[in-house]
Design a protein around this ligand. Structure first.
Ligand code: NAG
Ligand code: NAG
Length: 217
């Protein structure tokens, strides 16, 4: 008998907590726990070195839009755009442990100083955070000693991430234009250790257990 009820329960109420039937109500309120979001946010700090390799046989940073010749200013390089797939390592040496890549672009956006608009995804390719990424979008006046750019979001372990990155130039060669920049990144994010599906299943099983427990027969 209980098996039949159990079966009916699954038939009648599959995922009722996730979707609603209202056709014109396309935005639904969800319990954050359903997405594996525990109540507390955690603050993570990590330090990475960003290698902008412009010179040599295998550049990871490529000028895709040169500054317009009619309006060329060598100092500001206003109008120049680079696309990057830069290595992120734990130490300042390129030979130290590779933990991620900075993929995105930067553009010279000031007519009066050296300043970049940067839009990058830092994708982690090692360890617990393998496959997760954070997105950085900000203003980088590269000659300043310390620069700050916002972390505006993330994926995987970094869903709902927000925070900031502090940049310090570790090395720059005016000859090759290669640079190594230290990134100290501070992000608030949730601990998403369990998958969504596992948490959803747990939730359903507990509900089902309570349901059966309080059946009037
Ligand atoms: C480039 O821009 C800077 C900052 O505005 C200015 O001081 C400099 O004279 C400009 N150089 C040229 C060649 O126009
Ligand atoms: C990271 O994840 C990718 C894709 O799932 C996998 O191929 C790779 O081996 C992983 N790397 C490490 C170091 O775990």
């Amino acid at each position: 008998m209980k098996l039949i009820i159990l079966f009916l329960f699954f038939l009648s109420k599959p995922l009722i907590f996730v979707t609603t039937q209202d056709t014109d109500d396309y935005m639904n309120q969800l319990d954050p726990k359903l997405l594996g979001l525990r109540n507390e946010e955690k603050l993570s700090h990590f330090k990475l070195y960003w290698h902008d390799i412009v010179s040599g046989q295998n550049p990871t940073s490529i000028v895709v839009v040169p500054p317009p010749p009619s309006n060329m200013n060598i100092t500001t390089a206003f109008g120049m755009v680079n696309i990057i797939d830069n290595p992120l390592t734990l130490g300042p040496d390129l030979s130290s442990k590779l933990v991620g890549r900075a993929q995105g672009l930067y553009a010279s956006t000031s007519q009066s100083e050296v300043n970049l608009l940067m839009a990058m995804n830092f994708v982690i390719i090692d360890g617990k955070y393998n496959g997760s990424s954070i997105t950085i979008l900000g203003r980088n006046p590269t000659l300043n000693k310390v620069r700050e750019m916002p972390v505006i979001g993330g994926s995987g372990h970094f869903r709902f991430a927000r925070g900031y990155a502090e940049l310090r130039t570790h090395y720059f060669s005016p000859k090759t234009m290669d640079a190594i920049v230290e990134y100290n990144i501070y992000v608030l994010h949730y601990s998403c250790s369990d998958s969504i599906h596992k948490r959803l299943l747990n939730f359903l099983l507990i509900t089902l257990g309570l349901y059966i427990l309080f059946l009037p027969f």
